[in-house]
Design a protein around this ligand. Structure first.
Ligand code: OAD
Length: 228
């Protein structure tokens, strides 16, 4: 069975109503990264950070997978599929995809601020100040902040050379280290990019760029791959 690795970013969830980060009306237009998405922000003003991610979690809970998420599940009929996502939403899982790796954490989980390996599913949409882990420290969102290590990278790097096909959907590739994953693609792998403003990547691989929105282009690409 051929293996497909799908790298996804915020753009795949845009048509589910979740904001992307950069560009017009992106989340980082309305918020300063250093105020809400760094360990220093958490030290300085944990209430603000908590509120920011509680809002994100509420939006994710109100969102539904779109045609792109659903099409990727269908790809499993013919291929071994691994989705490596920078997204903290759970829309791939809710669309039924069985093999999803989250590089930047998962918004539906809390973790201990003393030991980030201690994870707890969140019932409603809020983590409240005063909610504690079993070690007695404040619970924080299970997301990777700027300046923090990305523990899943080692596993992701290990997987990349095994892909026969790599599909990048809806990421500006602006963020390190996720944007280094293409360095590990095998030279024989075919690469597809789906994005209305596809980022430039320098690759010697066969590359097809499908300019457009994920909910339209991904189902078309999946049909093509299922029939090829
Ligand atoms: P960005 O906001 O940087 O990029 C979103 C990409 O999606 C852009 O290339 C858009 O052109 C594209 N896009 C927009 N609408 C689309 C649609 N309907 N269909 C397909 N593509 C569309 O988001 P990411 O690259 O995911 O990290 O951002 C990477 C990381 O930066 C995030 O995981 C987050 C952020 O800061 C952390 O918070 C650690």
């Amino acid at each position: 069975m051929k293996k497909i690795i799908v790298l996804t970013g915020a753009g795949i969830s845009a048509e589910s109503g979740l904001k992307t980060f950069r560009g017009h009306d992106g989340l980082w237009e309305g918020y300063n990264i250093y105020d809400v998405a760094t360990p220093e922000a958490w030290q300085r003003d944990p209430e603000l950070v908590q509120r920011f991610y509680n809002e994100r979690r509420k939006s994710v809970m109100e969102a539904q997978p779109n045609a792109a998420h659903l099409a990727l599940k269908k790809l499993e009929e013919k291929y071994e599929v691994l989705i490596i996502t920078q997204n903290i939403d759970d829309l791939h899982e809710r669309a039924g995809s069985s093999n999803v790796m989250h590089l930047h954490g998962q918004i539906k989980y809390a973790c201990s601020s003393k030991n980030p390996a201690l994870l707890y599913p969140i019932e409603g949409y809020e983590i409240k100040m005063g909610d504690l882990c079993e070690l007695g420290s404040q619970l924080r969102p299970h997301v990777v902040w700027f300046g923090e290590p990305v523990p899943m990278m080692t596993k992701a790097i290990h997987e990349m050379p095994f892909a026969d096909v790599v599909i990048l959907i809806g990421s500006s590739l602006a963020v390190y280290p996720a944007n280094t994953l293409f360095d590990y693609v095998s030279s024989g792998a075919k690469v597809y990019i789906v994005d209305p403003e596809a980022p430039t990547i320098s690759l010697k691989n066969e590359l097809v760029v499908l300019k457009g929105k994920a909910a339209e282009k991904v189902p078309e690409l999946v049909e093509m791959l299922l029939n090829s």
